[in-house]
Design a protein around this ligand. Structure first.
Ligand code: IMP
Ligand code: MG
Length: 181
């Protein structure tokens, strides 16, 4: 680990690096190409990032999608400082973007219990998009959400992961790689 990486971590210790910057960059590029190829040339595509965890992933992903898209975000309530899901999901910020008749891609950082997806999908479908697909960087494969993501970056180990947008008590989001604590 170099000096910059040590400084980013502060006094905290990572157990191990799980996905390196290079692995993430390569996979995100593939996912962007796959997403671009999925839609027809005239489809009106809206990428909807789920804050806060997906903000780094969305920023990298959209730059790898070789077709016209628009980008917005939604904010649902999170775990707070707990490491386990409370099961409750609220929409804190509702996107202003019109969804009716558009092809919406909900982008998540990680699927764990599947709770977030199970609660958000019906809310988004209420807005009558032409289609709704899910994209997640990581999937712990511990659950079978009602709707499975069409695009998954990596299957994730059953550990608590941080970095590249993922937090523990709001820390570690800025790490350019993903590690476990
Ligand atoms: P789910 O609703 O249990 O599927 O969890 C989804 C959300 O929980 C993700 O969007 C993350 O914000 C958070 N989360 C789940 N597992 C982890 C983890 O290992 N590290 C950091 N955040 C996580
Ligand atoms: Mg979180």
């Amino acid at each position: 680990m170099n000096a910059t990486a040590r400084a980013q971590l502060g006094a905290q210790e990572l157990k191990r690096v799980v996905f390196t910057e290079v692995m993430i960059r390569r996979r995100v590029r593939e996912m962007g190409r796959d997403i671009g190829a999925w839609y027809g040339p005239d489809d009106d595509v809206l990428v909807l990032g789920l804050l806060k965890g997906s903000f780094v992933f969305v920023a990298d992903l959209v730059r790898e999608i070789p077709r016209p898209i628009q980008v917005d975000f939604i904010l649902a309530s999170s775990y707070g400082e707990e490491r386990v899901s409370s099961g409750e999901v609220r929409l804190v910020y509702n996107p202003r973007a019109e969804m009716a008749g558009r092809h919406v891609i909900l982008v998540e950082d990680i699927v764990d219990s599947g709770n977030t997806i199970n609660r958000l999908v019906p809310l988004l479908l209420d807005r009558k998009p032409a289609s709704l697909e899910l994209c997640t960087l990581l999937h712990k494969r511990l659950s079978h959400p009602k709707k499975e993501p069409r695009w998954v970056g990596f299957d994730a180990p059953e550990e608590f992961l941080v970095g590249y947008g993922l937090d523990f008590a709001e820390s570690f989001r800025h790490l350019p790689y993903i590690g476990s604590i």
